[in-house]
Design a protein around this ligand. Structure first.
Ligand code: ATP
Ligand code: MG
Length: 419
């Protein structure tokens, strides 16, 4: 029996991988323009980091983590997201001692044991930003502006920015109570998870994907009516900055993150047409997270996007990332060992000079080599046979117009470098 890749994972093949590289290059470019520098953290961490940093009432921690004991008996988890690791790295490496705020980006694979479907995988890729060490509303707005800018540069249309404030530990208890008062009469109609959420974390009921719970929650009180002075002025500033930058948003008071360390701004960007998995990114402020992980009271704000969903969004509008496959020269060997050696030498010289070169390993006939040159899209074929060995030259054929010229060996590098 053959072995297949694990469910919910993908092979990114040549042809696709160039598109990924193009998207990644754009993400890195924009990150540099906005002043974010790359952080690379381990793919696995101590399980405790995510239990505390993501929150043990979340779906991620309750059912989606790849957790195992290593040979030393430590509980290890493949990272399901990168914010907790970023906070850990910020603390562990004392980045709070550097100029604040610290602006970081990350990019790489994340792992969640989910039900695989279109746009939802078990190994998927995220790009994200974090800003540590500032409570300013301008930082929230900058993160959102980054995301907005990025999807526009990718040419993705029909974007919708949903915005909310989830308050802070000062204003949330009153809202929590109001929610419990609202849901109490429906308690036995809520789904089993929400019945538990009712006691542990009623805000998360608003986040439930079940039809019934959504219907019941339709007229639930809005958090906006419960924001304290500080949260409400912060929210007003974020909105003002978005308006200043011509970034349209929709208020969505149901978009909540039910954990104490998520504070103030929460946002998501959706693409109308990609179907059920419409969210292309999500983020917000988490002023209590660093403290939760054992640090001081250091505020933070960030967002994460799914790279696979960039491709689904493009595909849904009939677009794709254009990439070029560049092959400058295909060396065609049309002779014996001498010709093969000369071709090898020429290929070597050209490659060292930065000219991309493909060379048959002596397994194809002349015709098959010309055909390969064509299929690989080589700009030129460079033919080396017995005559060329004698004349110390190479016959260069322009694959586009068929023109041929004998180029002396001494000039070959220059010849291609000029083209
Ligand atoms: P959802 O409610 O769809 O499960 P989430 O709240 O778990 O989303 P986040 O943890 O905020 O998502 O992750 C940020 C982004 O990462 C999402 O907006 C999405 O684009 C992407 N993402 C999350 N989980 C997956 C997955 N399993 N496969 C592919 N992309 C994902
Ligand atoms: Mg999820």
């Amino acid at each position: 029996m053959s072995i297949n890749r694990p469910r919910g994972t993908n092979d990114i093949l040549p042809g696709e991988s160039e598109k990924w590289q193009a998207v990644e290059a754009l993400l890195r470019t924009i990150a540099a323009e906005y002043g974010f520098r790359e952080l690379r953290t381990p793919i696995f961490e101590e399980t405790e980091l995510f239990a505390r940093g993501v929150g043990d009432t979340t779906d991620i921690v309750q059912k989606e983590m790849y957790t195992f004991d290593d040979h030393g008996g430590r509980s290890i988890t493949l990272r399901p997201e990168n914010t907790a690791s970023a906070c850990r790295a910020y603390l562990e490496n004392k980045l709070y001692g550097a100029v604040q705020p610290v602006k970081l980006f990350y990019i790489g694979p994340m792992f969640r044991y989910e039900k695989p479907q279109a746009g939802r995988f078990r190994q998927f890729h995220q790009f994200g930003l974090e800003i540590f060490g500032t409570a300013a509303a301008a930082a929230d707005a900058e993160i959102i502006a980054f995301a907005w800018d990025l999807y526009h540069r990718l040419g993705i249309r029909d974007l919708r920015l949903r915005l909310n404030s989830v308050g802070c530990p000062a204003c949330r208890p009153a809202y929590r109570e109001a929610l419990q008062d609202y849901f109490r009469p429906y308690l036995d109609r809520l789904c089993p998870s929400c019945r538990e959420r009712f006691f542990r974390n009623p805000l998360r009921i608003l986040d439930c994907k079940s039809e019934i719970c959504r219907e019941i929650g339709k007229d639930a009180p809005s958090i906006i009516d419960y924001l304290c002075e500080d949260c409400s002025s912060h929210f007003a500033q974020v909105k003002q900055l978005l308006t200043a930058a011509d970034i349209p948003y929709t208020l969505d008071t149901r978009m909540v993150r039910g954990l104490d360390y998520y504070t103030k701004t929460a946002f998501e960007i959706e693409v109308a047409k990609i179907g059920a998995q419409a969210a292309v990114c999500g983020g917000g402020r988490y002023d209590g997270l660093i403290e939760e992980l054992g640090g001081g009271h250091i505020p933070g704000v960030g967002f994460a996007l799914g790279i696979e969903r960039i491709f689904s969004a493009l595909a849904s509008q009939g677009d794709d990332i254009e990439t070029e496959q560049n092959l400058d020269v295909y060396l065609v060997v049309a002779g014996g060992a001498d010709a093969a050696a000369l071709a090898f030498r020429v290929a070597d010289q050209l490659r060292r000079a930065g000219v991309s070169c493909e060379l048959d390993y002596g397994e194809k006939g002349f015709k098959a080599q010309m055909k390969a040159a064509n299929r690989l899209g080589a700009a030129y074929a460079a033919i080396v046979g017995e005559d060329e060995v004698k004349a110390d030259s190479v016959t260069v054929k322009n694959m586009e117009n068929g023109e041929q010229a004998a180029i002396p060996l001494a000039e070959i590098k220059q010849y291609f470098l000029q083209r």
